[in-house]
Design a protein around this ligand. Sequence first.
Ligand SMILES: [Zn+2]
Ligand SMILES: [Zn+2]
Length: 421
Amino acid sequence: MLLIKNGRVLDPASRTDASLDVLLDGARIMETGVGLSAEDRDIFDARGLVVTPGFIDLHCHLREPGQEMSETIETGTRTAARGGFTAVCCMPNTEPVNDTASVTRGIIERAREGATVRVWPIGAASIGSRGEALAEIAAMKGAGIVAVSDDGKPVATARLLRQVMDYANALDLPVIDHCEDPSLFGGGVMREGSTSIRLGLKGIPSQSESICVGRDVEVAMLTGARLHIAHLSTLGSLEHVRSAKRMGLRVTCEVTPHHFTITDEDVRYDTHYKMNPPLASRKDRDALIEGLADGSVDAIATDHAPHHPASKEVEFDRAPFGITGFETALALGLSELVDSGRLPLMRLVELFTTGPARVLGVERKIAPGEPADLTIFSTDYPWTFRASESPSKSRNTPFDGRAFRGAAVATIVAGRIVFRR
Ligand SMILES: [Zn+2]
Ligand SMILES: [Zn+2]
């Protein structure tokens, strides 16, 4: 039994913000209260620290099977634990694509052998994510997927999206869409604007994303299915989500830490600033922060997208899209959202815990009988992020060398401390 003493327990589900002890009995929470007795129990002194339900990341790429040069389930989940995540949802754009129950089972098996945190696979919406025929969604659900997505690209057509949503709806799975209009995206490498013109890099207009979000919301209206917009990055997209929520549709969205922290003005000839969707304008970034504050945005998700160093050490145009994100997510949330006065700490915690849980249709709370998945963090621990010290196999981050205050101190999964700073 593990007794966590004197932490500041922040639980968005019950709006608890109090100094409490939490007693874990194996994989479950046994009791919470003041002054719980400590005999025969391992003690974790959480004085001065925040204790929350375990963080969930709705969006990451663990690269296994098939791209183990960049990441594996073992290295990726070890990195996630350092960021305070107790569960991560991995996108299906692996090699092979996770579009069958046997690939799903393989991922779950590998996670059972070597993962540090829980791995919840997302299945492809279409075979090979090619946007032609439906993947075997029901069989994958039986094998353990928690959502469907063709991430890396949007579900190709409105007609296919309708079919995917009808199936997903019958199986009570959310459809996660990576929104872009290919005809507007066409070969762009960063957000279209004055910086793309100055750098001479081909731009992608923000409407590439928002047109697709609008299409998706319309199809969600047609089907009544659960739609979740991945890595939403523009004001136009956010307005579509807001109007969907006003209409009572089951539409949710996530925002990444890099999109609420940096903008297209920060882009330079450094491929660690190349991701998809690209960094948005300052106006978009400010709108995202407003959406995170007012409840329009449901979750912060990292889109941790490791790429082996050699693949990023090329010209900007030729580099793959994506950056790593597990280890800097919480610290960026604390500095950019909470310390800046834009969000209360409780709201930030919600965006990492109950928010993503609700998107998946599950609960997260600190109460007797609940899973003993907890994140314990400091809001003022000073540290500097060094990509070279990361357990990830990749180093593609624009935040290398950045100084932070606040970090995960312990990550607890099923009652076991899997990471401790
Ligand atoms: Zn994507
Ligand atoms: Zn992604």
